[in-house]
Write a protein that binds this ligand. Structure first.
Ligand SMILES: *Cc1c(COP(=O)(O)O)cnc(C)c1O
Length: 810
């Protein structure tokens, strides 16, 4: 335990020797990091135990957030902040001759998620703990997180992310809480008296071993748990050889095959692949999570009838939907409940979030695969479906003709989203427009049947990581102006409205931005070797690479500016630095071509003496949470330019806004709510509305070629993709991009929005030229960002979906 600098320094020296067998003078930074992390962990341990005790003692209802992804980012800095020992540790390390920032950057980053969905799960854990809510995470301890991205000659190259190589200082293995997971085999029905007993004879048994990570609440003594499961063999080596009479080689093969289940995160946030393994992963962590939840519930309760009063399971997207038939199975086969009672309990426990409307991401599993891998679970799904279809025919006969669309099993496939809605008490979308479209389009018939189950929970971000931690300069300026209450109550940021027109506060905020931009410029130079003008507009698009997010629209705008500069010797503009960060799914050829195009533009423009006076293009490789934390504080302009109606919410948009960047964006996802919050004067909106896009998609009527022929500017850039423009920097051609626009008629309406986008960009230049006006907008954006704190989102879930209450542990 340490409470001041000196006690920390003394304890640190002692711990260092105990752990490393040498004195600190001979230590490496790696050893310093590990010693520090060990001490922080120890500091949190009593609080961790205390939180568990208090939550049990008070019979607090708990939520378990089931998610295949948690994009956590580093812990050390946040944990120090939460434990309120940041300053003394920073100063103490300095006394010991170490730079605090260097040490924190040695922490390997748990990148156990792809993008927004996984990062949301991490922000939710942070808010649950900060709000003293009993809420925990359940996921997989992937041996390898999301791939590391390198750019080689403009191409994306993927490398494995071996994040566990030097150990994970925050995890605790809990061998005693391991559970078994059964796959394959056959089902035996035994008549015992008047009861039918179901016995599953699996052909593969996997041991799920939990690794727990503390989730430390912000200065409130709460420590919740993220439980990540590792797949292992249930037998020790000798027992395996004994039992199977196999060879040593067989043993290695067996162990390898089991370990595969928790080996990799699937590097694709919209579709699924490696199907059988992916299904195994889903069932593996879901079954393990439910078993461990029931074990802890049954320690204090006999009957499972009231399970829903004590536990909620939240299903993050369709990946964990198998939780519904799995809980049914356990209630019926292992605890003897009848169907109706089991079904009532299951629905009372489960709630579900839909994250996307993209057809390719709405999971459907082949019946045959489920039958083979999860025979008993499949029987239950079939029975859920049979009863559901009967209900439709009896009570909603007019929906019979839509049965294929709403049934849980149809066309030899299991529709996981339908199963989720039918088997839970709550389904939510992640921004108002997204929920509305869900109700009107994708799920209109289920909405008709269960209108009260549908609700909206607009996403949020934790302001502790994304403002307090990552932007200390702005945090200080805010606190100086309005006091520190915003840290606990982010809506208090609204008080900044009183000073949004105050010249001296505007100057203060612009000065902070300038310093942050200098930091970002230094980082860019370190990463890419490129020098950028810190007085230029930092125009940033960072997010996964996907056609619907339209990095292409941004790139075409840059390309058009380049052509103008070439064509017009008198051309002038407000200088811009275009910054990109984006990983493409390894099998997504088109997305990788767009990365190559952006890098080709960078090479062409940054080398050009005249063009590079006005514009520069930076592609930062390996976009991830720690990089994001460095980018948002130094950004002027936030690119949120998805085809309207395609981006469910977005959360990157909220991080930029909170850090005082202005948004250029379409009316899509949470951009609409950002616009409503800040007002039209403080955001640059352009392009088709969601309704217009949906009409084109439904009725046709868009012809990309017409745009191409009607606008010389469009024709010039599109031709530039294939006419040898890039020959001076290598023989780059972008035929597939050209074809996507003109041969395949531009699915994402890039050319349709191009002119409107160019115009909005010129408005950006105008406003930026008036620094007082820009400063006011920047302050308004931060002031109005409180509602996008995930504390607001989690409070809504806690009250309206989970029915959980804060449990103080102080
Ligand atoms: C916030 C975040 C995302 C999500 O960004 P969107 O712009 O909402 O798609 C993805 N990756 C990382 C690392 C993030 O921090």
């Amino acid at each position: 335990m340490f409470t001041d600098k000196q006690s920390f320094v003394d304890a640190f020296k002692e711990r260092f020797i105990a752990l490393n067998g040498k004195s600190i003078e001979d230590g490496t930074e790696q050893e310093v990091y590990q010693t520090l992390a060990t001490m922080v962990r120890e500091q949190a341990m009593p609080k961790w135990i205390h939180t568990r005790d208090r939550q049990e003692e008070k019979h607090s209802k708990q939520v378990i957030y089931f998610s295949l992804e948690f994009l956590l980012g580093r812990f050390l800095y946040n944990n120090l902040l939460s434990l309120d020992v940041l300053e003394l540790v920073r100063d103490g390390l300095q006394d010991l001759g170490y730079d605090f920032t260097d040490i924190t950057e040695l922490e390997p980053e748990p990148g156990l998620g792809n993008g927004g969905l996984g990062r949301l799960a991490a922000c939710f854990l942070d808010s649950l703990a900060a709000l003293s809510l009993p809420g925990h995470g359940n996921g997989i301890r992937y041996r390898y997180g999301l791939f590391k991205q390198k750019i080689v000659d403009g191409y994306q190259v993927e490398l494995p992310d071996n994040w566990l190589r030097d150990g994970n200082m925050w995890e605790t293995r809990r061998q005693d809480k391991a559970v078994e997971i059964n796959f394959g085999g056959w089902i035996e029905m035994k008549q015992i008296g008047d009861r039918l007993r179901v016995v599953h004879h699996p052909d593969e048994v996997v041991l799920a071993v939990p690794y727990d990570m503390p989730i430390i609440g912000y200065q409130n003594d709460v420590v919740n748990t993220l439980r990540l499961w590792n797949a292992e063999s249930p037998l020790d080596d000798e027992a395996y050889l004994e039992k199977t009479k196999g060879t040593y080689k067989d043993l290695l093969k067996h162990k390898q095959s089991i370990a595969t289940i928790s080996e990799f995160l699937y590097p694709d946030d919209t579709t699924y692949e490696g199907k059988v393994l992916r299904l195994k992963q889903q069932y593996f962590f879901v079954s393990a999570g439910i078993q461990s939840m029931l074990a802890s519930y049954l320690k204090r309760n006999k009957s499972l009838k009231q399970l829903g009063d004590h536990y909620a399971i939240h299903i993050n997207d369709t990946h964990p939907v198998v939780a519904i038939p799995e809980l049914m199975r356990i209630l019926m086969d292992e605890h003897g409940y009848g169907w109706d009672e089991a079904w009532r309990i299951t629905k009372s426990v489960m709630s579900f979030t839909n994250h996307t409307l993209l057809a390719e991401a709405l999971e459907k599993w082949p019946v045959e695969m489920y039958q083979r891998l999860l025979p008993r679970v499949y029987q239950i799904i079939e029975e859920i479906n049979r009863r559901f279809c009967r209900d439709v025919l009896v009570n909603y006969p007019h929906l019979e003709s839509h049965m294929g669309e709403i049934a849980i099993v149809s066309n030899e496939q299991i529709n996981m989203a339908n199963l989720a809605v039918v088997g839970s008490h709550s389904t939510n979308g992640v921004a108002q427009i997204h929920t509305d479209i869900l109700k009107q389009r994708e799920m209109r018939y289920l909405y008709e049947m269960f209108p009260l189950r549908f609700n909206n929970k607009t996403n949020g971000i934790t302001h502790r990581r994304w403002l307090l931690k990552s932007n200390p300069r702005l945090s200080d300026a805010i606190t100086e102006a309005i006091g520190p209450s915003w840290v606990e109550h982010p809506n208090d940021l609204e008080k900044l409205m009183d000073v949004s027109k105050d010249r001296s506060f505007q100057e203060r905020v612009m000065d902070v931005k300038q310093q942050n931009k200098l930091d970002l410029a230094a980082y860019i130079q370190e990463e890419t070797g490129e020098k950028v003008d810190p007085h230029s507009i930092f125009d940033v698009q960072v997010k996964r690479l996907h056609a619907y997010k339209r990095q292409l629209l941004n790139a075409l705008h840059i390309h058009a500016l380049y052509l103008k500069i070439q064509a017009d010797p008198t051309f002038t503009m407000v200088p811009r630095t275009f910054i990109f960060g984006a990983k493409a799914a390894p099998g997504y050829y088109y997305a990788k071509e767009i990365i190559r195009y952006i890098n080709a533009l960078a090479t062409l423009i940054n080398k050009d003496k005249r063009a590079s006076q006005f514009i520069k293009v930076i592609f930062l490789e390996n976009y991830r949470v720690s990089m994001a934390e460095r980018i948002f504080p130094g950004s002027d302009l936030s690119e949120q330019i998805s085809t309207a109606s395609y981006e469910a919410s977005g959360t990157g948009n909220m991080k930029f806004m909170m850090n005082g960047a202005l948004t250029i964006g379409t009316l899509d996802g949470a951009n609409i709510e950002i616009r409503d919050a800040v007002g039209d004067d403080h955001i640059f909106i352009f392009g088709l509305s969601p309704q217009e896009v949906m009409n084109y998609k439904k009725f046709g009527g868009y012809h990309a070629a017409e745009m191409y022929h009607a606008h010389q500017e469009i024709k010039d850039v599109v031709d530039g993709l294939v006419n040898g423009t890039f020959d001076k920097v290598g023989e780059y051609q972008f035929q597939s991009i050209f074809d996507s626009l003109l041969v395949y008629n531009d699915d994402f309406l890039v050319l349709k929005d191009f002119v409107s986008y160019m115009r909005a960009q010129r408005r950006v230049d105008e406003v930026f030229s008036d620094q007082a006006r820009w400063a006011e907008s920047s302050i308004v954006n931060t002031a109005k960002s409180g509602i996008f704190s995930s504390d607001r989102t989690i409070t809504e879930y806690a009250n309206a979906v989970w029915n959980i209450k804060p449990t103080s542990v102080k």
